[in-house]
Design a protein around this ligand. Sequence first.
Ligand code: MG
Length: 307
Amino acid sequence: MELEFIRWLNNRIAAHPGARLGIGDDAALLEWADRGDCVVTSDLLMDGAHFRLEAGDPPKRIGHKALAVNLSDLAAMASRPVAAFVSLALPRNGGLPLAQDLVEGMLPLAEQFQVAIAGGDTNIWGGPLVISVTAVGMATEHGVLRRDGGRPGDWLLVTGALGGSLLGRHLDVEPRVAEALVLNDQFEIHACLDISDGLALDLSRLASASGCGAILEAAAIPVSDAARQLAQRGDGRSSPLDHALSDGEDFELLFSVAPDVGQKILAAQPLAVPIRHIGELTDEPQLWLRREDATLEPLAARGFEHQ
Ligand SMILES: [Mg+2]
C-alpha cells in the first residue's frame, strides 16, 4: 500500500520551490535562506482523543486540523511555514483511501500558506488512526516570538473570539500565520503563544514563562457565539465566559506588549480579525479575574489538559 500511496502523492502534490527534494528519496532537502533560525514543531493526533472517525468526523477535516494545529504553533513563533512531514499509523481496513482523504484535507491549507508536504512515513497496524505532523518554519528578519518575553505592566491582547470550539471550530482551525507575521513586522511584541488549551491555562504558561502573574478583565474577554450556544445547552453549569476561558482549541494568538504599543495596535487594528485588550501582566505570580463589578477573584489555570 505504501508504494501505491507514494505514487499517488507524487502525482497529487506539485513540486514546491521550498523543497528542493520532496517525497521519494531517503530524506527531503529544504531550500534555506542563510539568515534565520529554523523553527520546528510536532503534534500527534489520535483517533478517540483529538477526533472521532466513528462519530463521523470527516477525514478531510481531520487532515486539515492535523496540519493547521502545527501551522498555528509556527504562527505563535511568528515564523514563516516552509514544509510539513506527515506520518500516519493507519488501520488495516481502508487505509489507502483514508490516507488520501487526510492528505486531500491538508492540500488547500498547504497551498494557502505555501507549505511543501515534503515527506513522512506510513504504517498499517491493528490500532486506530494516529497522525503525526512535523512542521518546519523559518524565522523572519524580525526574529521569532517566544512566550517568555512578557514584562510586568504589559498589556495582554488577543485575536478573534474564544470558546465553544467543540461546535466545529476545533476541526476547522484557521492558523493565524499571516496575522502573527504582520504583528511581528509592525510592532514590538514581547511574548506570544497560540491558545490551544484554553485562555486561562495558556495565559498561565505565558505569565509563568515570563516570570509574571496576570489580571484578566472579564468584561473585555471576547466570547464567541459558539461559547454562548454551548452555555445555553449546558443548563447553566458553565457561563459563556467559562467556555471562553477554558474550552481550548481556539488557536487564536495571545500576546503581550508595552502599553503604548498596545494603544497603537488597538487604534490601527492591523488585522482582518479584531484584536482586544483583555488584561495585564503583573509583578506578583498569581492569576486574577476582575469581574464587571470590579471584584477580584483568583483565576484557576483550567483548560484542556493532555493525558
Ligand atoms: Mg502552541
